[in-house]
Design a protein around this ligand. Structure first.
Ligand SMILES: [Zn+2]
Length: 418
C-alpha cells in the first residue's frame, strides 16, 4: 500500500531540523561501527563472535556478516577467525538512504510500500471492520512508549472461544527487520480477503483460531525510520540503549553466553527476564490461552530477517535433546522444520547450529508451553551489507507470498497430534 503525502514547507523544515539533531544512534562507539564478514565459520566460531558483543546480521553458507568496532574485530582475528572488513556502517547506511522520505514519519523515498505503524494500524482496523465476522482486532498490551501491540484474531465465529487449535504468528521483534511486519500483514490480509474464495484459506479459518501480532516492537521500528533515514536499529526503545527483545524471554534467560549484559550491546538481554514491556505483554497473552489447564496455542512462527533459515529450539544449548525436549519431540521439530523449509527453499536447522542464543522466544514457547515454535529468517540469504535488512519494497510481495505454503503447513500441523 502506498500512501502519498504532500510535504509542506513547514514539514520539510522540521525534517531537516530532525535530521540535524537526531542522535547518532545506539552504541557508545557508533562512529566506530564497522561491518565485517567472517568466512568458513562453524557454530563455535559464530558463538564466539556473538559472545564478543558483535552484532550478527546474517549467516549463509558459513559466511557470517556482523558489525563491531575495529578493536573487537581484531580480537576475533586473534582467535583465528577469518575476518574481513566490508565497510563503515554509517557510510553503508548513508548509501542505502539516497533520498529523504517525503514525510518525517514515512519510509525513505522509494520504500513507501512498507507500512509505518500508523499505516499498519489503518490496515488492521479496516480488516476488522470489513471482515467483522472472522476478524477481531485487539491489543496484547502496550510498548514501552505506549503504542498498542496489535493483536488480530482470525477464525469463523471469531467472537467465540471455540475448541479449535490455535496458532500464533509474531513479527518485528527486531526493529530494522521491516519485511517481517509485511509478512504478518500478508497473513492477515490473505486469511480475511480470501475467505470464502480460496478453499485452503476457508478450511483453515473454519477449523483454527489464528492470532497475528504484526509488530512486537513498534517503538523500535518507528525509531528506525524516524527522520526518513534508516538507522540499522535492532532493540526496543526502553532506556537510552534499548533491550534486545529476543534475548529477554524468561526461559534460561542469560544462562549461556547467548546474550549480553552490557546495555551498549545489540544483544543486551535487559535487567531481568521479561523486563521489556513488549515481551511481558506477548507472554501474558500466551499465558492467557491456557484454558482448563491446557495451552490452546499449538504452533508459532516468529519472523525475522535475514538468512533464509527455518530454526527450531533450543538456542541455549547445542544438544538436540534435554529434559524438556525428548528424542520424539526433537524429531517432530526436525520433520516439521524440514517440511516448512522444503516449501520455501530456506535452510532448516536447530537454532544453536547458527550460534548460541539465550532468552529467545522459541525456547520459552516450547519449554514453558509446549508450543511448536519456530523462527523464520526471511529474505535475503546473504546480506549485501546493510541491504540485507532493507530490501526494496518490490521484494515485499514475492518474499511474503513465498511463505504462504509454510504458513498453511504450520496451521495444518497445529491440528495434528504431537
Ligand atoms: Zn531478528
Amino acid at each position: 500500500m502506498k500512501i502519498l503525502r504532500r510535504g509542506s514547507i513547514a514539514a520539510a523544515g522540521l525534517l531537516l531540523l530532525a535530521a540535524s539533531v537526531a542522535p547518532a544512534g545506539a552504541a557508545q562507539d557508533d562512529n566506530d561501527r564497522m561491518l565485517y564478514e567472517a568466512r568458513g565459520t562453524d557454530s563455535a566460531q559464530r558463538t564466539a563472535i556473538a559472545r564478543s558483543g558483535a552484532d550478527i546480521w546474517g549467516t549463509s553458507d558459513g559466511v557470517t556478516t556482523f558489525s563491531a568496532s575495529a578493536a573487537l574485530a581484531k580480537s576475533l582475528q586473534a582467535k583465528g577467525i577469518d575476518v574481513e572488513r566490508v565497510g563503515d556502517v554509517e557510510d553503508l547506511l548513508a548509501a542505502r538512504n539516497p533520498d529523504m522520505a517525503t514525510s518525517a514519519d514515512e519510509f525513505p523515498a522509494g520504500d513507501e510500500g512498507y507500512h509505518t505503524y500508523g499505516e499498519l494500524t489503518e490496515v488492521l482496523q479496516r480488516a476488522d471492520s470489513e471482515h467483522g465476522d472472522i476478524a477481531s482486532l485487539s491489543s496484547a498490551g502496550s510498548s514501552y512508549q505506549g503504542r498498542a501491540l496489535h493483536l488480530m484474531k482470525i477464525s469463523d465465529n471469531v467472537a467465540q472461544d471455540e475448541d479449535e487449535p490455535e496458532v500464533l504468528f509474531t513479527c518485528n521483534q527486531h526493529a530494522r527487520e521491516h519485511l517481517t511486519t509485511e509478512m504478518c500483514l500478508r497473513i492477515v490480509e490473505r486469511f480475511t480477503d480470501e475467505y470464502g474464495t480460496d478453499p485452503t484459506v476457508t478450511e483453515l479459518v473454519n477449523t483454527r483460531e489464528i492470532y497475528v501480532i504484526p509488530s512486537v516492537n513498534p517503538d523500535g521500528s518507528e525509531y528506525d525510520i524516524e527522520g526518513g533515514r534508516y538507522k540499522g536499529w535492532r532493540k526496543n526503545r526502553q532506556g537510552y540503549y534499548g533491550t534486545d527483545l529476543n534475548r529477554n524471554w524468561g526461559y534460561k534467560w542469560g544462562c549461556c553466553g547467548g546474550s549480553s549484559g552490557s546495555p551498549y550491546s545489540d544483544t543486551y538481554r535487559g535487567t531481568s527476564a521479561f523486563s521489556a514491556p513488549e515481551t511481558r505483554a506477548v507472554a501474558s497473552f500466551v499465558e492467557s490461552r491456557v484454558v482448563g489447564g491446557s495451552q490452546q496455542i499449538k504452533a508459532h512462527i516468529d519472523f525475522h530477517t535475514y538468512s533464509e533459515l527455518v530454526l527450531w529450539p533450543y538456542g541455549y544449548t547445542y544438544s538436540d535433546t534435554t529434559d524438556t525436549m525428548s528424542r520424539e519431540e526433537a524429531r517432530r521439530f526436525q520433520e516439521v522444520g524440514r517440511k516448512l523449509a522444503a516449501s520455501n527453499g530456506y535452510t532448516p536447522q536447530q537454532s544453536s547450529d547458527l550460534y548460541i542464543t539465550d532468552g529467545s522466544v522459541n525456547d520459552w514457547m516450547w519449554a514453558e508451553h509446549g508450543i511448536l515454535s519456530l523462527t523464520f529468517e526471511m529474505y535475503p540469504a546473504s546480506g549485501g551489507g546493510i541491504g540485507g535488512f532493507y530490501p526494496p519494497d518490490e521484494r515485499i510481495e514475492p518474499e511474503t507470498r513465498r511463505n504462504d505454503e509454510a504458513v498453511d503447513i504450520l496451521l495444518t500441523e497445529a491440528g495434528a497430534q504431537p
